[in-house]
Design a protein around this ligand. Structure first.
Ligand code: MCA
Ligand code: AMP
Length: 494
């Protein structure tokens, strides 16, 4: 079916698009709400002209209304992490020069002081919603559509800007590769400030005419009950979620486990991504459910890049082949393309799926591209036609439960603790989280600190999943001749 990239909703009016608790919303209802919200945002202007509209909303009809409403009115959607600490929100809102923030009324009290400080209008969905639809602007594909914040090796997260064309390319490649259709029914419990939830599940589902069941969080009992009832035929998650499901099976009755596993077995597809899926987990899932996990590789800046095949061998420990329309090339340290198999190199990507820029940061944008290729910083090897991820070029990036965290950002906060003289943060291999944030601390003279004190102190200063899982004390951090902390030496200390 041929249709415009925008708006990205399937034109199947009477079909159920979203399920939220006991409420259902058809495609025409979602479309109507998005138009009214866009009209309300526009008020008496004809085009938002890339005004940054942030929203602090859990997975809900309101979230979808705002996202599509902002797009239709010509704005840039800035979905925020609803688990953020206020200090983190301040960075996102000021970095993006957000003008309006949409949040449910129950969050207004918490957000009001920050919005006042940054001169941002804090509004609820109902306050913006128009009563009649206005004429909406023509928004070309090349215009900026969305900004997501990603942790890099620098202290503060950067705003990754994608255009409508980028998002369309990220969606359509997955529709083709994973055979999405209007028959699909999928649960969405991942956070909606990252590509995995926003593009791979929500936007692909709504593009394909599927039904997406919205959950504000990963509610294992409710989700597995639906799995056992055969509600879903597609399931997408990070490896930690499969680990947590297996842990859950250990705590419930055998009969219940069997019916949940049968529910998974009956699905057409189970996908794992956002972090490496250990071979052990791949095998365990297959033994329990009969499902061969489809592992794929992606990044905020590129959407999805490489995927195991939908039809064909899904190889454990590998991420497969380039997705349709995505060019993948490994490069060595001298920026020369690697042509031989089994030689590791940095993954670089080209294609319409690649983001436009880091917001207001031409230096970082320039440095992340070489000869037109986006440099991911991930190292891979090609083995018998399948890519295998070997690791990352930076020790300052940690992947915990699918979240990418900057060690430097966490160190920056910890260093403001009055007892801490110096600190280094690393990710330590962990069965549940993939990597567990671990802080090495040298205390100031005559100071004391224990783990519980540090954890309590961190609350409110960073999202809870960034808080170190372990605290280790050292007299002084190991440093090289240049005075730089040698993080590999910290791994050795463990
Ligand atoms: C929760 N906790 C964590 C994490 N999540 N600790 C470390 N790492 C985490 N990821 C901690 C909380 O701080 C809390 O600690 C305790 O676990 C329980 O929190 P709760 O929220 O109830 O946990 P949960 O619901 O079981 O969450 C686990 C989760 C979640 C569902 C796996 O982390 C999650 O949704 N991860 C997915 C993130 C994601 O979508 N990433 C995609 C980005 P305490 O009890 O001490 O307070 S990557 C991406 O988009 C690219 C493009 C890609 O390739 O996909
Ligand atoms: P983010 O920047 O939060 O989108 O996270 C993207 C990063 O997650 C990539 O650069 C990889 O390091 C990692 N990643 C995503 N998928 C996989 C995978 N299947 N295996 C290993 N790492 C992955």
């Amino acid at each position: 079916m041929k249709r415009d990239a925008f708006p990205n909703l399937h034109p199947d009016n009477s079909k159920i698009a979203l399920v939220e608790g006991d409420s259902t919303f058809t495609y025409s209802e979602v479309d109507r709400r998005a138009n009214l919200f866009a009209s309300g945002l526009l008020s008496d202007t004809s085009d938002l002209n890339e005004e940054r509209i942030a929203f602090f909303l859990p997975a809900s009809i309101n979230y979808v209304t705002v996202m599509h409403g902002v797009w239709r009115a010509g704005g840039i959607a800035v979905p925020l992490n609803v688990a953020s600490a206020v200090m983190e929100l301040e960075h996102y809102l000021s970095c993006a020069s957000v003008t309006r923030l949409i949040a449910n009324p129950e969050s207004h009290e918490t957000l009001a002081p920050l919005c006042h400080k940054l001169e941002i209008r804090l509004l609820s969905v109902d306050e913006v919603m128009a009563t009649t639809a206005a004429e909406l602007p023509h928004v070309s594909e090349d215009r900026r559509a969305m900004m997501l914040f990603t942790s890099g090796t620098t202290n503060k997260p950067k705003g990754v800007v994608s255009t409508h064309k980028t998002i369309k390319a990220q969606i359509t490649t997955l529709i083709e590769a994973w055979a999405w259709s209007r028959e699909d029914v999928i649960p969405l419990f991942l956070p909606l400030h990252h590509i995995h939830g926003i593009v791979n599940i929500l936007s692909c589902g709504l593009w394909a005419g599927a039904t997406v069941h919205l959950f504000a969080k990963f509610d294992i009992p409710r989700i597995t009950e639906q799995v056992a009832s055969g509600t879903y035929n597609v399931f997408m998650a990070v490896p930690t979620i499969y680990v947590k499901l297996i842990q859950y099976f250990d705590n419930i009755g055998q009969e219940q486990v069997r019916s949940i596993c049968d529910g998974f077995n009956a699905m057409r597809l189970n996908i794992s991504g956002s972090a490496a899926c250990p071979v052990k987990l791949f095998n365990q899932w297959q033994e329990l459910t009969g499902q061969v996990l489809l592992e794929r590789y992606g990044m905020t800046e590129i959407g999805m890049g490489i995927s195991n095949p939908y039809a064909g061998e899904r190889r454990a420990g590998c991420v497969g082949q380039p997705l349709p329309g995505v060019q993948v090339q490994l490069f060595d340290e001298n920026d020369s393309p690697i042509t031989a198999e089994e030689t590791p190199g940095e993954i670089r990507i080209q294609g319409n799926n690649v983001f436009l820029e880091y917001w207001d940061n031409p230096k970082a944008t320039g440095e992340s591209f070489k000869d037109g290729w986006f440099c991911t910083g991930d190292v891979a090897v090609l083995e018998d036609d399948y890519y295998r991820i070997m690791g990352r070029s930076s020790v300052d990036i940690i992947k915990s439960g699918g979240y990418k965290l900057s060690a430097l950002e966490i160190e920056g906060v910890l260093l403001t603790h009055e007892a801490i003289a110096e600190v280094a943060v690393i990710g330590v291999a962990d069965d549940t989280w993939g990597e567990a944030v671990t802080a090495f601390v040298a205390l100031k003279p005559a100071s004391s600190l224990d783990y519980e004190q540090l954890k309590n102190w961190c609350e409110g200063k960073m999202s809870s999943y960034k808080i170190p899982k372990a605290l280790k004390f050292v007299e002084a951090l190991p440093r090289n001749a240049m005075g730089k902390v040698t993080k590999p030496a910290l791994h050795e200390l463990l």
